[in-house]
Design a protein around this ligand. Structure first.
Ligand SMILES: [Mn+2]
Length: 301
């Protein structure tokens, strides 16, 4: 039995109702219903289901791209069955399953739906090590440990990614929440970051800096933490943070970034916490963002 058969559980509803064969798909979806290290508002284990559910009622035509998501082949492989033993076991299982998917379906790119942000580490480890990572997030997630004694949590994930790939391989976008330790680590290691305030004050310069950084990358991975968006437009996240960017600003940036779509090797969207999203604002925005990203970054258009 393959790891895919062993550890992936078929979804109850499929993203946008898509049921293409994985051999023919351009994108493969894997859900990670996992939230064991969430410190403030747990519930992201229900994220993949809520986003798939919301997707069923969101239109598929992309206004920026003027293409229909209906024309893109997507196979939803289902959810990774969680281990609640330790986060290391879970990340290890995810990395092994994603590596098998990469071998089995080498033409497709995987879009992981979280779940807590820590899953991004395993997604990146399953890829080529020469991959750069662009992370949209309110938080720097650059702590050494959080809480004290825990190196593997949602608040340390970008630090672990920096240690694995090298700090020059990481670009943080939309950040506005960090402690002194994280700020000093970022400055000391020359980690590229663009704050939410910079984007608000000078969107053109911010985009220029992102595109310049992308032009120096061989490959890239895209991670979207939904808390990069202002809580007024995405309240249902584990750790909401005021002064975020809007959904439209995020989509504008992503659309422009897709100029480099050929170098992108994988994607994730994480941190939607449905128990804090009773009106489905956040899961609806997440479904739309995933649909738009798949349309912008499609090789077909
Ligand atoms: Mn975050």
């Amino acid at each position: 039995m393959s790891l895919i058969e062993l550890y992936l559980r078929k979804p109850n509803v499929y993203f946008y109702g898509k049921v293409q064969e994985p051999q023919e798909a351009e994108y493969l979806i894997v859900g990670c219903p996992y939230d064991s290290t969430v410190s403030r508002r747990p519930g992201t284990r229900f994220g993949p289901f809520a986003i798939r559910w919301a997707s069923l009622e969101i239109e598929s035509f992309s206004l920026r791209k003027l293409e229909d998501f209906e024309d893109i082949k997507v196979a939803d492989l289902g959810d990774l069955i969680p281990t609640y033993s330790s986060i290391e076991d879970y990340l290890n299982r995810l990395e092994r399953v994603l590596s098998e998917i990469k071998r089995e379906y080498s033409k497709a790119r995987v879009f992981v739906i979280g779940g807590e942000h820590t899953v991004s580490y395993a997604c990146i480890k399953a890829l080529d090590k020469s991959t750069g990572v662009i992370i949209f997030d309110a938080h720097m997630d650059l702590r050494q440990e959080y809480p004290y004694g825990n190196p593997w949590t949602h608040a340390t994930v970008s630090r672990r990614i920096c240690e694995y790939l090298g700090p020059e391989a990481v670009l943080l976008v939309g950040v506005r929440a960090f402690c002194k330790e994280e700020y000093e680590y970022a400055r000391g290691h020359k980690i590229n970051f663009i704050s939410a305030l910079s984007i608000k004050k000078n969107p053109a310069d911010s985009l220029k800096n992102i595109l310049e950084w992308l032009s120096s990358q061989k490959y890239c991975y895209l991670s979207i933490d939904m808390d990069v968006i202002d809580p007024s437009q995405a309240p249902g996240v584990s750790t909401p943070e005021p002064e975020g960017i809007t959904v439209s600003t995020l989509l504008d940036l992503l659309y422009n970034i897709s100029e480099y779509k050929e170098i992108f090797r994988g994607f994730d969207l994480v941190e939607v916490s449905p128990p804090y999203d009773p009106s489905e604002i956040t899961s609806s925005a997440a479904a739309k963002i995933i649909m738009e990203v798949m349309t912008y970054f499609s090789a077909k258009n």
